[in-house]
Structure formats: C-alpha cells, structure tokens
Design a protein around this ligand. Structure first.
Ligand SMILES: NC(=O)c1ccc[n+]([C@@H]2O[C@H](COP(=O)([O-])OP(=O)(O)OC[C@H]3O[C@@H](n4cnc5c(N)ncnc54)[C@H](OP(=O)(O)O)[C@@H]3O)[C@@H](O)[C@H]2O)c1
Length: 186
C-alpha cells in the first residue's frame, strides 16, 4: 500500500505559517539540499500529492508562472480555482471526504508513495481516517506565537529518525493513531 507522509516545515512552537500566511521566517533558513531527510530524496518516491487551497494559492501567488510538481496533484477546495498556467500541470480540484481522494491518489501514483503538503487540518483529516502513515518535519529555530498549526489533532507518534540539517532539526515519525488516553476512554 502506498505510504502517505505529511512532509513539512514548522516553527519550534508548531506553526506552518504566521497568521498572515507568511513563510518569510522559513525562506531565510539555511539547509543542505542533499542533507538528512532532504526534499529531493523524499519527492523521488512520491507519485501523487494533495494540498488545501490556502497552500495552493500561496504557491500560485509566489510562483505565478510555474508549477514545479511533476506528479498529479489534488487541491481540496469548495471554490472554483484556476489551474496553473502550465500545460504539463496535472491539478485536480476536489472537495469533501479525503478517503475518496486517497483512493484516487493511490490509483494515480503507480505504486509510489503519497504526500500531503498541508495544511494541518487537511493532514489531520487524513489522520482521522486512519490514512496518515508518517510525518516528516523540518523544525526551524523560530517561534511565532500564533498561526496555522502543524497538526491540530491528539495523536500518538513514534519517533523513527532525527538529524540536524543546518538550521533545522529534522525528524521522521510514524503515526500510531489517536492518543492512548483518548483511546482508553472511547
Ligand atoms: N511550513 C510549511 O512547510 C508549509 C507547508 C504547507 C503549507 N504551509 C502554509 O500553511 C498555511 C496552511 O493554510 P491552511 O491552514 O488554511 O490550510 P490549507 O489546507 O492549505 O487550506 C485550507 C482550505 O482548503 C480547503 N479545504 C481543505 N480541506 C477541504 C476539504 N476536505 N474539502 C473542501 N475544501 C477543503 C478549504 O478552503 P476553500 O474551500 O475555501 O477553498 C480550507 O479553508 C498556508 O499559509 C500555507 O502556505 C506551510
């Protein structure tokens, strides 16, 4: 079965973006592009990706003439959004249950793995459905105090791997499921 990973960067206090959806705090950090848990090695095994509309619109705003994802991409939205102005971009807009999207992604991925790009609620929806397998985080040496939370759920995870990549603490986790304390009371 294709593995679904939430691969993202976050602040030390657990935010993906500040309240204005700025990633300036992230863009100025230094990283080794061939270092631990690097993007190129991760994405080489990815056959399909999914993101929420805020993340999609951030990418479109910052790279209006480009679409650098080579694999099919699902964008979750309840609105009519324009696809990227790039002929080879394969972007599919969907709304509702992430389980149906997961099925489509697995079918399109050709045996490769899946990536939930963000945001946190969307990754949480996959976790709620028992479909989120791993989390890889690049933790930046920054606190923001407020913003978009990395994964606003109560989950137990198992720490599989850690390393420093220049400015970042990188970590890979397996998602075990709902927090043990919550399972006990269900
Ligand atoms: N630090 C990082 O590496 C990193 C990674 C990813 C994202 N980010 C940033 O983090 C922020 C995340 O923004 P966000 O919290 O708003 O999350 P998001 O997942 O990017 O967007 C959320 C929006 O997507 C749509 N959506 C999500 N699930 C849906 C579903 N099941 N059905 C229909 N529509 C659905 C809804 O908007 P509509 O229905 O109104 O379209 C929802 O408000 C952004 O600023 C992004 O740029 C940072």
């Amino acid at each position: 079965m294709a593995k679904l990973t939430y691969y993202t960067a976050a602040t030390l206090d657990g935010f993906l973006a500040d309240p204005d959806h700025s990633l300036d705090w992230l863009m100025r950090q230094d990283q080794d592009q061939s270092g631990p848990l690097n993007y190129d090695a991760f994405v080489a095994d990815i056959g399909a990706i999914v993101m929420g509309s805020t993340t999609y619109e951030w990418v479109r705003r910052h790279f209006p003439d480009e679409w650098f994802y080579t694999m099919p991409a699902w964008v979750m939205t309840t609105r009519e959004l324009a696809p990227p102005p790039v002929p080879q971009a394969d972007v599919r807009f969907r709304s509702g249950d992430v389980r149906a999207v997961h099925e489509e992604m697995v079918a399109a991925a050709g045996g490769k793995d899946l990536w939930v790009v963000g945001g946190g609620e969307l990754a949480g929806a996959f976790a709620d459905a028992g479909l989120l397998d791993e989390v890889i985080v690049y933790l930046a040496p920054v606190t923001l105090g407020a913003g978009a939370a990395i994964l606003p759920r109560r989950l137990d995870l198992e720490l599989l791997e850690t390393a420093q990549n220049k400015d970042f603490l990188t970590a890979r986790y397996r998602v075990l499921g709902p927090l043990t304390e919550d399972r006990a009371t269900q």
